[in-house]
Design a protein around this ligand. Structure first.
Ligand code: BV8
Ligand code: ZN
Length: 237
């Protein structure tokens, strides 16, 4: 399968859905979850990205999120992000679904991004459940709500359900699209990874952009090996 063919599919699609993962942010210098030296390397997901972990040691969980926010605050969108903004401009129908919590798609100009795993820039009170955006959280300590309650990161942890309205829109987009473009995800986290099979059984063509093969590759009509920053701009030509 060639880039040219993938380009033609995208060019003639009425509705495009895109699903991105940590590999989309890798080219902006943010470590992925499962690659060598990834975010999870020094921790195990169940150790930190779970409600139980937060209940047991909130300060450790916040330390990890503060570290990640610091990383992300200095990250810039790359040519791949900008290519998706251009694709959204060109396509009659376009939905961007991301598993990433870093906000880089919005920073690059993508509109109405479906953040199925929430946002690292959102906080939510564990007492009164108020939620707010905050990019200025001090680099240590546990942020507190106005009501005095402990704040938690506004992300979806393992064992937590995805935001219902966002997830419904993501499922609809996967079912309605002519082409699903899957970028930089290992396909190891559900239900997000299930969007690929959903799109495929609804008749969509599926394209994968990844530096290596994944468990999703057998579901792909076209697997383009390479980095998101390098391949995505080529898909527009
Ligand atoms: C739910 C937010 C139920 C937080 C994240 C079996 C056992 C235990 C649990 C389960 C199980 N089966 C299913 C589950 C449930 C679980 C799950 O899927 N576990 C997995 C690990 C097995 N799922 C859940 O718990 C979900 N909730 O199921 O709820 C429920 C239902 C109803 C009611 C109540 C409850 C919630 C999952 C959400 C977890 N939150 N993130 C945070 O970020 O801190 S997941 C986290 O992983 C990120 O969101 C990340 O995006 C996501 C997926 O990882 P990837 O994005 O794919 O990143 P990864 O590093 O894995 O891969 C990077 C890829 O990029 C690689 O392929 C690499 O080759 C490629 N790459 C690298 N560089 C580049 C590149 N590609 C292109 N260019 C490059 N330069
Ligand atoms: Zn509160």
């Amino acid at each position: 399968m060639s880039i040219q063919e993938a380009h033609n599919w995208l060019n003639s699609a009425d509705a495009i859905a895109v699903l991105t993962g940590a590999g989309m942010s890798a080219d902006s210098g943010i470590p992925t979850f499962r690659d060598a030296g990834g975010l999870w390397k020094q921790f195990r997901p169940e150790d930190l990205a779970t409600p139980a972990a937060f209940a047991r040691h909130p300060e450790l969980v916040w330390e990890w999120y503060h570290w990640r926010r610091e990383l992300i605050a200095h990250a810039k969108p790359h040519a791949g992000h900008l290519a998706l903004v251009e694709l959204q401009r060109r396509a009659p129908g376009f939905t961007l679904i991301t598993q990433n919590v870093d906000g880089l798609h919005q920073a690059s100009g993508s509109g109405s991004v479906l953040e199925v795993h929430g946002s690292i820039w959102k906080l939510r009170c564990t007492q009164c459940f108020r939620s707010w955006s905050d990019r200025t959280v001090p680099a240590q300590g546990i942020p507190r709500c106005l009501c005095g309650g402990l704040a938690r990161p506004g992300v979806v942890w393992f064992g937590e359900s995805l935001p219902p309205a966002v997830w419904r829109d993501a499922e609809n987009a996967a079912e309605d699209c002519d082409v699903l473009l899957v970028v930089g995800t290992s396909g190891s986290v559900y239900p997000a990874a299930g969007l690929v099979a959903m799109a495929k059984s609804a008749g969509a063509r599926t394209i994968e952009v990844n530096t290596e093969g994944t468990v999703l590759s057998p579901l792909m009509d076209c697997s383009l090996q390479g980095s998101s920053g390098e391949i995505l701009p080529l898909l527009l030509r």
